[in-house]
Write a protein that binds this ligand. Sequence first.
Ligand SMILES: Cc1cc2nc3c(=O)[nH]c(=O)nc-3n(C[C@H](O)[C@H](O)[C@H](O)COP(=O)(O)OP(=O)(O)OC[C@H]3O[C@@H](n4cnc5c(N)ncnc54)[C@H](O)[C@@H]3O)c2cc1C
Length: 471
Amino acid sequence: MRKGDNVAKYDVAIIGSGPGGYVAAIRAGELGLKTIVVEKDPFLGGTCLHVGCIPTKVLLHHADVYDHFKDGAELGFEVSGLKIDWGKILARKNKIVLKHAKGIEFLFKKNKVEWKQGWGRYEGPGKVSVEKDGKKETIEASNVLLVSGSEAKSLPEIEPDHKQILTNRSILELPDIPKTLIVVGAGAVGVEFASIYNSFGTDVTILEALPRVVPVEDEEISAELDKAYKKKGIKIFTSCMVEGVKKDTKCVTVSFKDKDGKAQTLQAEKLLLAVGRQPLTANCGLEKSKARTERGFVYVNEHMETDEPGLFAIGDIVAGMPQLAHAAMMEGIVAVTHIAGKPTQPVIKTRIPNATYCEPQIGSIGLTEKQAKDAGYAVKTGKFPFIGNSKATILNAHGGFIKVVSEEKYGCVLGIHIIGPLATEILAEAAAVLNLEGTIDDMMHMIHAHPTVWEAMGDAFASVRGLQINV
Ligand SMILES: Cc1cc2nc3c(=O)[nH]c(=O)nc-3n(C[C@H](O)[C@H](O)[C@H](O)COP(=O)(O)OP(=O)(O)OC[C@H]3O[C@@H](n4cnc5c(N)ncnc54)[C@H](O)[C@@H]3O)c2cc1C
């Protein structure tokens, strides 16, 4: 390189430090790429760490422990004087979030990743501007990753006030547990909060526009969750249209049309809007690029590169990909590995696991039975209920099942759908089978340790051939 050549200061500049951004940055550092992250907030970790995956799972764990205490008598424990110290629960949640945010800072230092606070904007090939407190500076980088994430959508005429009408952010900071809660939306975020507050004694009602709860899951999983939730006392209205919300000092009143078109109203102390997430790409400089976008989502190729060479998009802003932390992480890894000139594999949508941490938990991957049939496969399914699994009985959690969707001729596994104990953990085997393109016969010969909840997977694969042992 001759003196005077325009040398880019960084190999990679990453806008956003959520799971897509921070994982990409660490891997880029490991691969020897000079890397800088621009983050608008004064802390690292994004939605996932601060107001998404991690704080919700802390609350779900606390709800789970509380449920065990409530069921103490069945297990032979006399529990008296059981009380919830909500302030302590929130403090523990905040401590865990802070610890992990510091952990990311540590990993950045370890991998020589720099970071800068400010609003990052793509300014054309090799340039990113960073704006903070009215001051603007420019970073030069050969490659730019836009990983700016998403925010909660609201409904027309229903704007969150964060006191009575809440989003995933404000519901994490409630000073008290509400007595009544309406959750609008029965996707992963909605059903997780419904589960948390139902355990803590809130009277919860779910309103969902589509015909079933967790609508992206296999139909049998939705039906099982519906049944389990109604048994816990959670009221569910599906195929209903929310029309408006009125507030007074004490409560919110929601008006909606139920599935028969009948006008109804419901009152509650709080309302949670969980109707999906929109990409945060406005004012990020995409208009200065050739990147193709639709409703704020960005189209990419198999290396996560947009139509603008050197500009990559990762995570919740990517068109056609699920908005999940682990999807964002792998997309970031693929992009920086490609930038480092090393071979990568594309992120395949049907190999991304879904984990929903409601009670009962849901874990799924691959095609649902309907999707497999619609795709033209001759489909063969098997199903194994946890009632036949001894460890599930020991855990006192034997509701639910594992459903395997396979292709009839060669027994290729197309999808696995789990609802029940440790579903999000035993999903690990399902992800391995799909990624390694295993067959029912491969999996029927795999030895599963006994007694584990995991061994129910063996029975589920065998059930496709009618050879399950334990039911
Ligand atoms: C309640 C809830 C629970 C969830 N639970 C799970 C779960 O259990 N498992 C799971 O896989 N997923 C879960 N998700 C989804 C997950 O949080 C997202 O898929 C994930 O955070 C997306 O990562 P990201 O890096 O694309 O974006 P984000 O995590 O949203 O991070 C984007 C970052 O970019 C920053 N930023 C934005 N614009 C700029 C700019 N112009 N300049 C500088 N910085 C900018 C933001 O401040 C933020 O830090 C949950 C989401 C919610 C809301």
